[in-house]
Design a binder for this molecule. Structure first.
Ligand code: GLA
Length: 385
């Protein structure tokens, strides 16, 4: 049975009615890592892996939620949202919390959800839950909230209820994703531009390290602080600077002596990465994927050496493919400390490369390598049956 049918079947079994159905995708990010919270540029895309929500409104304030693959359930009232040690309910309650805080008129709901976005692999299953539920509530209660406000609301759910100070990229691409297009987002103005990304000979392939380090969220928050600290120092020489987005390579060189070497390397990475996104987009416009890939490789170096959010497994996977003429670009993707590498690979050579990489990875770390060949899909939508 396909996923959406399984989710619907489980819902019908529990609640005996036909639900509304929503599809909320995972995401990849081609380039522009750790730039969103520095108000810079990112270039993500929604993918063909998704979470499906089967949902109906209730007449009271009660919410009953079932994650299909966890054999679990959570019940809460929209008027009494308590942080849960189980973690997964917080992504949903965080969204309800934002609707209540913004005084939108919602009631309770019954919901079953499930999908095929691997958890902890860096494809943003959490943003898919948050933005997907926000979209569903908006549609179900006919609240007429515009797309960008939904994005902000879903991001705030993660910041305030879940407690991760993520940027806006994941929730943004979840709502604004478009089939066969990547999206360049200016995380300050929140303006965006689509770039067609569908090539006959090239696929986006993810190699999953299978590790997700517990360091991820504490180090993530620390990087944010290091970036603001750096921006504050630069501001003393250049008063117009508000975020690292406003800083050039030249400015940062001039401030180098005023900074702790670690802060300098963090800032240098972010400033260079912003430039890389813009240059990579120019190459993309000209259909020059090999040149695009070179920027991805540089991003990995920066993330690994200067920003220090990579790990041995990620570095190893990048190292294995970096000299292959069939791999145009390879880098770690997302927050870091585990998850996947994203690779631009010639379609005819994917299988052979996958086999070699999997064998070597197994030998080195005694772990099975999971591979996902992704297609670029659309953002969150309602499914009409
Ligand atoms: C996580 C966050 C995003 C972004 C990336 C790093 O996915 O949720 O906001 O900061 O890390 O680019």
């Amino acid at each position: 049975m396909i996923l959406v049918e399984s989710v619907t079947a489980l819902f019908r079994e529990k609640f005996k009615v036909q639900p509304l159905l929503f599809r909320s995708p995972g995401r990849v990010n081609l380039i522009g890592e750790h730039t969103d919270y520095n108000m810079g540029y990112v270039l993500p895309a929604a993918i063909d892996k998704a979470i499906f929500f089967a949902i109906t409104p209730r007449s009271d304030r009660q919410c009953n939620v079932y994650p299909m693959d966890m054999n679990d359930e959570h019940e809460f009232s929209v008027d009494n949202l308590q942080f849960s040690k189980k973690e997964w309910p917080n992504y949903l309650m965080g969204v309800v919390d934002q609707f209540i805080k913004a005084k939108y008129s919602i009631r309770g709901f019954n919901c079953v959800f499930g999908g095929d976005i691997p958890i902890g692999a860096g494809m943003s299953s959490s943003a898919a839950i948050e933005a997907g539920l926000a979209f569903a509530l908006n549609s179900m209660f006919d609240l007429q909230i515009d797309a960008l406000s939904l994005v902000k609301l879903a991001q705030k759910a993660e910041n305030e209820f879940v407690g991760v100070r993520c940027g806006i990229m994941d929730q943004y691409i979840n709502i604004f994703g478009k089939r066969d297009n990547v999206l360049r987002i200016d995380c300050r103005s929140l303006e965006y531009k689509y770039y067609p990304f569908a090539f006959n000979n090239i696929s986006l392939v993810l190699f999953d390290t299978g590790v997700s380090h517990s360091l991820a969220s504490s180090e993530y928050n620390r990087r944010r602080e290091e970036c603001s600290e750096g921006a504050e120092i630069i501001k003393k020489s250049y008063p117009d600077v508000r975020h690292l987005r406003d800083v050039s390579v030249d400015m940062i060189q001039k401030c180098k002596d005023k900074m702790d070497p670690t802060i300098y390397r963090r800032c240098k990475y972010v400033v260079e990465e912003n430039d890389r996104v813009l240059s990579a987009c120019t190459e993309l416009e000209q259909g020059n994927l090999k040149a695009f890939g070179v920027y991805m490789n540089r991003t990995h170096k920066g993330l690994s050496r200067d920003y220090e959010v990579s790990c041995t497994e990620l570095d190893y996977l990048v190292e294995l493919v970096k000299d292959s003429p069939y791999v145009y670009g390879s880098r770690m993707m997302g927050g870091g400390f585990g998850g996947c590498t994203i690779n631009l690979i010639e379609k005819n050579h994917i299988e052979q490369i996958r086999q070699t990489v999997a064998e070597k990875y197994k030998h080195q770390f005694n772990r099975d390598l999971k591979t996902y060949v992704t297609a670029i899909g659309s953002g969150t939508n309602i499914i009409t049956v």
